[in-house]
Design a protein around this ligand. Structure first.
Ligand code: UGA
Length: 444
């Protein structure tokens, strides 16, 4: 699975602090220690740190638990800012930049870390911002920190992260590219030394800080656009009686387009695409550009999320209220328990308005769903249990056990086998063998 082993004796070992143990922070810490550096990982949440010391990760992510158990990893955990800051030559800021009220990024946590650095720093250091931040933030942070320090110089470097949840550990150890934003030769040299292990098989882009920040936003907005585009095509295909899967396949063979991120569905979820596209839109507005394209991505995706409900209402006519419904898959994508911006939330909320009686099933996200919906819905431990005697089923996440589910059971266990598939889990050929009313995205 991984490209790199632990460094050999005598190779570069740098002292690193990683602030934040979310997806980006924890994975960065583990990756840097896996390539041989000595990493001290900080989180303000003492419980998370205690658990990490016992090998319990604060996030559900493939491969992380195994890496935490590796014996020769040079990684320690602390909830003391002072300990992390004074014992490192490079400090990575990996805290969240959630969506603010007006769509712009909220930088409170980033500045909290800057304040801690200002308080505890004793000598020159490099501060690397991995959190996704609006263009110009690295410059502002540089100014903010250095204006408060005397006889100490901090070089602020932008180093955005491109990992995706579900494959985060793999992505981080096999990066598509490494982007380093700095105009300081000293910082550039140190960052190249830090990532030396990757240099033979990874493109390293060195640019100025603002361009590095923009690479991250532009990449995420483009991926969101690509999904939105294929979803729009799917909606057109549906009306034309054309199959979007075949169209996407045919398009993807063109190397200029590529096959990835052309999977039509009920819209993108997750903590990044919506937040970053909104933030970039908010930036464009401040620049008097008011990018209609970026706004449309967000609006179209919002509508896409409840596409299946329209089909359901069409099928059940005036009789769509008070139905017994099953929701299969709750997380925003498979292999994660993360429900941020997941289409399942919009669908459950709408169905609750219709006074539906809802049973849900997800292999790992039930607990997170409980935090959102409490006892308004019923949590099941199997697909069989969730769909039993139901009037309709909605598929929200393409978990492999849902994709591989025995189709006969929809016919056998449901009261009326109406299956609304938001992730095109089944082939139309297979479905036709059963007496199931099946509606998916962009297919007849
Ligand atoms: C995304 C990017 O893919 C990462 O490169 C980036 O680093 C990350 O955001 C971030 O900024 O932190 P992630 O949100 O974890 O990663 O997950 P994706 O695999 O990109 O999926 C996002 C959503 O798009 C999911 O709901 C997924 O179901 C949907 N999607 C994806 C589609 O509907 N169709 C596709 O073809 C691909």
């Amino acid at each position: 699975m991984y490209l790199f082993g632990i460094l050999g004796v005598g190779e570069v070992r740098m002292k690193i602090a990683v602030i934040g143990t979310g997806y980006v922070g924890l994975i960065t810490a583990l990756t840097l220690s896996k390539i041989g550096h000595k990493v001290i990982t900080f989180d303000i949440d003492k419980k998370k740190i205690e658990n990490l010391k016992k090998g319990i990760p604060p996030i559900y992510e493939n491969g992380v638990e195994e890496v935490l158990k590796e014996r020769n990893l040079k990684v320690t955990y602390t909830s003391s800012y002072k300990e992390a800051i004074i014992n490192s030559e490079i400090i990575f800021i990996c805290v969240g930049t959630p969506e603010g009220k007006d769509g712009s990024a909220n930088l409170t946590y980033v500045y909290d870390v800057c304040d801690a650095i200002i308080k505890h720093i004793k000598e020159d250091k490099i501060v690397v911002l991995k959190s996704t931040v609006p263009i110009g933030t690295n410059d502002k942070i540089d100014e903010y920190i250095n204006s408060k320090l005397k006889n100490i110089k901090v070089e602020v470097v932008s180093n955005p992260e491109f990992l995706a949840q579900g494959t985060a550990m793999y992505d981080s150890l096999n990066p598509s590219r490494i982007v380093i934003g700095t105009s300081s030769k000293t910082a550039e040299k140190k960052m190249l030394k830090l990532y030396e292990k990757f240099s033979s098989n990874t493109d390293i882009v060195v640019t100025d800080r603002r361009s590095a920040e923009m690479i991250k936003y532009a990449s995420n907005a483009f991926l969101a656009l690509k999904i939105t585009y294929i979803n729009e095509m799917a909606n057109i295909c549906e009306k034309l009686g054309v199959n979007i899967e075949d169209v996407a396949y045919g398009m993807g063979l063109d190397s200029r387009i590529g096959p990835k991120f052309l999977k039509a569905g009920i819209g993108f979820g997750g903590s990044c695409f919506q937040k970053d596209t909104k933030s970039l839109y908010s930036i464009s507005k401040k620049l008097n550009i008011d990018s209609k394209l970026l706004k449309d991505i967000i609006d179209i995706n919002k509508n896409q999320k409840i596409k299946l409900i329209l089909k359901f209402k069409e099928d059940f006519k005036r009789n769509y209220k008070n139905k017994n419904i099953a929701i299969l898959g709750l997380s925003f994508k498979p292999k994660t328990d993360d429900m941020r911006e997941a289409p399942s939330i919009d669908n459950i909320n709408t169905l609750l308005k219709y006074k539906s009686n809802i049973s849900v099933y997800d292999p790992i996200a039930n607990e997170n769903a409980r935090k959102i919906f409490g006892d308004k819905i019923t949590y099941c431990t199997s697909i069989d249990e969730a769909i039993k005697d139901k009037d309709a089923v909605f598929i929200m996440t393409e978990w492999s056990e849902i994709v591989n589910y025995d189709l006969k059971k929809y016919e056998k266990l449901m009261k009326t086998p109406y299956v609304y598939d938001g992730r095109n889990c089944y082939s139309l050929k297979d479905i036709q063998k059963y007496n199931i009313t099946y509606k998916s995205i962009g297919r007849k």
